[in-house]
Design a protein around this ligand. Structure first.
Ligand code: MN
Length: 174
């Protein structure tokens, strides 16, 4: 009986060794995970042809064939905002900090606060930015279509921005 158990234990351990070897072989052929280390990508200033005020971009991921969307942090200083624009395949925003707002051509304005996640459908004319007295950082996940992810339009005027801010609750970053 003792001998039988030992043989079974050896058989089991050989099977386990075989499985481990097979696992190791597939791990050798699989691509390694990669990490974009914090601080490894320089911040970039938002261009004044597409942003009003002081805006900073921190790129995280560029789009590729399997993941056709870019990921970046965008930080708007108080009063800063995008120009009007559209996204051919839409855009998702997740607010990380501060207080901000986003507006659409129909006059609708949405206050956006940390944790809020906003989906903008394809080709909807809109803008996003900070409140006048408070900065705002959002993560932007922007999808590509035919190699393009944004179409920039005209500036959001001070009058348009002020009118939008008035639609946001007074408690939020004015
Ligand atoms: Mn947008």
């Amino acid at each position: 009986m003792q001998r039988t158990l030992t043989a079974a234990a050896i058989a089991l351990s050989l099977t386990a060794a075989g499985a481990a070897a097979a696992g190791a072989a597939s791990a050798e052929t699989a691509p390694a995970q990669t990490v974009v280390r914090a601080g490894s990508v320089p911040s970039a200033a938002g261009k004044h042809t597409t942003f009003t005020g002081s805006v900073r971009h921190d790129s995280v991921f560029k789009a590729d064939a399997d993941n056709p969307f870019s990921v970046s942090y965008v930080t708007f200083e108080p009063g800063a905002r995008t120009f009007w624009h559209t996204h051919p395949a839409g855009q998702r925003l997740i607010v990380m900090s501060g207080a901000g707002l986003t507006g659409t051509e129909d006059g609708a304005v949405i206050e956006i606060l940390p944790g809020d996640a906003v989906y903008c459908p394809p080709n909807v004319k809109h803008w996003h930015g900070a409140m006048p007295g408070t900065a705002m950082t959002h993560m932007a996940l922007t999808s590509m279509k035919d190699g393009k992810n944004v179409t920039w339009l005209e500036e959001v005027t001070d009058e348009q921005y002020a009118a939008a801010v008035k639609k946001v609750p007074a408690s939020s970053g004015r």
